[in-house]
Design a protein around this ligand. Structure first.
Ligand code: ATP
Ligand code: MG
Length: 373
């Protein structure tokens, strides 16, 4: 079995490092504060948070995890949130009772399947959820926690809440968070510019409401040690310099490191006992080839200015709005660049750390180098 895993939440033996980050999150939350965790896509936020959840649960906290990605309306929010809450309740009778008391327009029901296992469900009596109902649903974690364990609510991809401006959802949630004594919140998200604006803009409801933490790449020495150990379990050597090269080609992004390592392992497992630089290149090319059709379409979809900017970003992502940058890469004007940046960020094609912009997928970058320059 391939010892490298990517594309899903990694746990147990597949998860390394992030010890300090995990401890900081746990201590912030258990000290009664809220936290927002920023990182570009595929840096390992969700995996880290699942680690944190294990730790918190060991300490007796109830952790409600909810992903905002599938939420497209207030109604989907309500049903997904109640189901996330329900997953963590061991006393379903009590849950039914509390929902009945707290949320007037929802009828919870408990049925039993043929083996006698209880099944929980809800009936929404409103066709569109009212502000009153939304407000009552947001009260649930606090009401459930009152007589028992403290609760941590985790909202993944939290920037997606901006899609739900109806009812001033953001302000409503913020006011609930302020009132609640038994519940703390951990927000995470990958669209860093959206999330940043939510928490750093004075005019937004969540301004100054949580302690910030930025997740960076994994430290190189730990990654090298991890790669060496995993390869060696299959009798394969990888030297320091080659491992560093693998990390470099992966854009130093945890997901792509595992993807490339998995491809290499697959490629050589039956034939070779050491990973060379050439092999790393061959496998990086294989990944580009595998995704070529998708990349062609993606690139094709971009406007002329966006394509121009992508090509410029191949060289440099610093000071991209400056006159020298505009001149050097023959971009038309800073205002046009601004528009292209917003569009590319919105579709997740580029991202930003500190003040530097980069193409999020290092293999898409390689594709552009191969085919579009
Ligand atoms: N600490 C880690 N140890 C090992 N692999 C990791 C680690 N963190 C991330 N990865 C790799 O990155 C992949 C993505 O991780 P995860 O889904 O947790 O990231 P994410 O930041 O939540 O991503 P997304 O932006 O897609 O939601 C994992 O499948 C794994 O291959
Ligand atoms: Mg995630």
């Amino acid at each position: 079995m391939n010892p490298f895993s990517y594309g899903t939440i990694v746990r147990g033996d597949f998860f390394y490092d992030r010890k300090e980050e995990g401890e900081r999150i746990v201590s912030t939350l258990t000290n009664g504060n809220n936290m927002v965790l920023f990182a570009p896509r595929r840096y390992g936020k969700t995996s880290l948070v699942f680690r944190v959840i294990e730790e918190l649960e060991e300490r007796g906290y109830t952790c409600v995890y909810m992903d905002f990605l599938p939420v497209y309306s207030i109604e989907t929010f309500v049903s997904l949130y109640i189901s996330a809450i329900e997953k963590k309740q061991n006393n379903l009778q009590r849950l039914v009772q509390i929902i009945t008391n707290v949320v007037k327009s929802i009828r919870p029901k408990l049925t039993f399947d043929s083996s006698g296992n209880p099944e929980f469900g809800i009936d929404l009596t409103e066709s569109t959820v009212s502000i009153q109902t939304l407000s009552e649903v947001l009260d649930l974690p606090e009401k459930l926690a009152l007589s028992g364990k403290k609760t941590i609510v985790i909202f993944d991809e939290f920037q997606e809440i901006t899609k739900l401006n109806k009812f001033g959802f953001e302000s409503l949630l913020r006011s609930k968070i302020q009132q609640q004594q038994q519940v703390n919140y951990l927000f995470l998200g990958s669209r860093t510019h959206l999330l940043n604006d939510m928490f750093n803009n004075k005019n937004r409801a969540f301004y100054n409401s949580a302690s910030h933490m930025q997740l960076g790449p994994l430290p190189h020495d730990d990654t090298v040690a991890y790669l060496q150990e995993k390869f060696s379990q299959s009798g394969i050597d990888i030297e320091l310099q080659v491992a560093l090269y693998l990390i470099e080609l992966s854009g130093d992004i945890p997901y792509y490191i595992q993807l490339l390592a998995a491809e290499i392992w697959q490629y050589i497992i039956t034939s070779q006992t050491s990973v060379t630089r050439e092999l790393v290149d061959i496998c990086a090319e294989r990944i580009v080839e595998l995704k070529k059709d998708y990349y062609f379409e993606l690139f094709d979809h971009q406007s002329v200015m966006q394509k121009q900017l992508l090509k410029a970003l191949m060289q440099s992502g610093d000071n991209i709005f400056s006159a020298p940058y505009t001149r050097r890469f023959r971009l038309s004007a800073a205002s046009t660049t601004q528009k292209s940046v917003l569009a590319l960020m919105d579709s997740g094609i580029i991202d930003k750390t500190n003040s530097s912009y980069f193409i999020s997928d290092p293999f898409f970058k390689r594709f552009i180098r191969n085919y579009a320059l």
